[in-house]
Write a protein that binds this ligand. Structure first.
Ligand code: PRP
Ligand code: URA
Length: 242
């Protein structure tokens, strides 16, 4: 069992001493090679503190979730392949840089995953976006697939799969199965997620050992209704309707 529950520790830049840093609960340590957890910076922890707060209204919930989503997208793009690319600057000198390689698309798990589409569009102009509608049964937490509409050439693309909440992992597993059935190899899927449960992450990584996950936070666990704890409640309700 590699995952240790979310610990509390001093948070801040390395040049400050431990006693100068305020303590906060940071992401659990996953120790799974395919799972990247965003750096637990003061900024990320403060943004998460706002969206986890039950007193936060919908306007702030949307604004601050979007900021974390932007961080996830920027980190996710680091996992795509690049090639060496040298350019000439206006002063006539070469700069040995990189360029992105390969076609991408986004796929959101509706409804909550759609909240991550704009963050992807802000970084990748005119990116193609597919949709998969999966809803968890409120009583049993079992996922049900209702609909999908995906780019025709999805099998030739890298897929950024979008869903902010990763609880039992059932919805994400079902979405990945749809992608695999359309010919997308597991190793070309990148799952971008805001908050995960340790059990969800563990099940998922065991089932798809080559699929990469980028998450902002691995939380403590699940409650008796399979909600993430401490979590932030129902993301879709808070972003869209509440
Ligand atoms: C939520 C969330 C995930 C899923 C996570 O969606 O956005 O898709 O539950 O739970 P799981 O890991 O246990 O499957 P929900 O089905 O509530 O629909 P919504 O996006 O419309 O809120
Ligand atoms: N879906 C959510 O929106 N939140 C949870 O905690 C679990 C599933």
């Amino acid at each position: 069992d590699k995952i240790k529950a979310a610990p509390t520790r001093p948070v801040g830049p390395d040049y400050r001493s431990e006693s100068q840093k305020p303590a906060a609960t940071v992401s659990a340590d996953v120790g799974i090679e395919t799972v990247t957890v965003l750096p637990q910076t003061p900024q990320l922890i403060a943004l998460l503190s706002i969206i986890r707060d039950k007193a936060t209204d919908r306007g702030d919930f949307i604004f601050y979730s979007n900021r974390i989503i932007r961080l996830l997208v920027e980190e996710g793009l680091n996992h795509l392949p690049t090639t060496e690319h040298t350019v000439t600057t206006p002063v006539g000198r070469p700069y040995d840089g990189l360029s992105f390689q390969g076609k991408i698309c986004g796929v959101s798990i509706m409804r909550a995953g759609e909240a991550m589409e704009q963050g992807l569009r802000d970084c990748c102009r005119s990116v193609r976006i597919g949709k998969i509608l999966i809803q968890r049964d409120e009583e049993t937490a079992q996922p049900k697939l209702f609909y999908d509409k995906l780019p025709e050439d999805i099998a030739d693309r890298w897929v950024l799969l979008l869903d902010p909440m990763f609880a039992t992992g059932g919805s994400a597993i079902m979405a990945v199965e749809v992608l695999i059935s359309r010919g997308v190899p597991e190793e070309r899927i990148l799952f971008l997620n805001l908050i995960a449960s340790p059990e969800g992450i563990k099940n998922f990584a065991a089932k798809f050992p080559k699929l990469r996950v980028v998450t902002a936070f691995v939380d403590q666990g699940l409650d008796e209704k399979n909600y993430i704890i401490p979590g932030l409640g129902d993301f879709g309700d808070r972003y869209y309707t509440r």
